[in-house]
Design a protein around this ligand. Sequence first.
Ligand code: LLP
Length: 420
Amino acid sequence: MLNESFCYEDGELCCDGLPLRTIAQAVGTPVYVYSAARLRHNAARLQRAFAPLRAELHYSLKANPNLTLVRMLSQAGLGADAVSAGEVDRALRAGVDPARIVFAGVGKTPAEITFALRAKIGWFNVESRDELTLLNRLAGEEKCRPQVALRLNPGIQAQTHPHIATGHAAAKFGMPPETVAEVLGARTAYPHLRLAGIHVHIGSQLGSVTETVAAVRLAQSLAAPYPDLRTLNIGGGFPVPYTPDDRYPQPEDFAHALAPLVGGWRVLAEPGRAAIADAGVLVIGVVAVKEQGGQRFVIADGGMTDLLRPALYGAIHEVVTLEQRDGPLAPAVVSGPVCESTDVLHRAAWLPPLRPGDLLAVLTAGAYGMAMASNYNLRTRPPEVLVEDGDWRVIRRRETWDDLLRLESEALDGRSPERS
Ligand code: LLP
């Protein structure tokens, strides 16, 4: 969806006044372009929205872990939500205060836990009894006593795409209420842990606040008997509109619904998408246009390896031309070059007549775009560009074939790749 940062000026789609064409011509396509202004605007808006809860915000790196972007959000006052030691490492390198890093994840390995313990991160969001036992042992070995939030699986179905619902009983995430209650009743079994919070994240792109309120109430009832357990991590999931027709609750609606419940509680939240989705677009170039089976196929140089969401979730990202055109609009299937039938960026984008070389933008692509890009078909992942203060710069360069080969280079030399 277009917004104040990504809009047409004098017939050219711009990012904060800078024509996207300029960037596409300089670095080629596909390319991700982000607006620093929009990112800062989103960070400030989230902080304002959650101010009534005095919530501490932790940016969920999984949405987009680019070093420069994480650093900007950290400088804007957000901590970090990591789900792997790699993300913990990235947050540290971006300058996030270790005390403001929370570490979730359903399968943390001993090596990952030890790394995070040594980094002295703020919170471990623990998702199973086995993880508690492991963390307790490793904390003992490291002679520290980390803060732990138990991740509750509240058994609540969030209103969202089934692939991104995490709080229903059949999901692998967190622990059911009975387990959380049992663990809390047996806290002395974990002398090296400070069980100080409950974490609950029921899904992403949440369609309503009702389920979040129910999950928070359940978390609070489980914590009620323990006066020293007064931290609530409400996770992320705050949705963004992808098209003008989308109607979703705003971050303010979540804050408003939760405010009456959380007096006396320390509140943490983990927004990812809401911080970055509408601060980024993917610019692609048209390679070929063909009429086939009654459809107009627009084949672009970017596809599912660059932006997986349409193929994986049937997600809708608007596709528009960089040059505003008056020509008659007609539906087109915008596809990538990947050898998969599901390599579609948009199944029915209303577009003017197009020719090879024309440039298109796939909108609202800042979250879970580059983060989920792959090298399938030996495609190099696109560069990332940041527009800031009327200028632009590459914040991650385009991968090269040598980059892709580097990890296999020993095999290339006739030696077997080292065991690791
Ligand atoms: N906290 C936890 C524990 C999470 O699992 C997630 C997202 C977040 C926070 C951030 O959620 P957000 O505010 O971004 O909705 N690839 C999918 C989204 C997967 C989300 C996974 N967890 C997509 O492209 O829609």
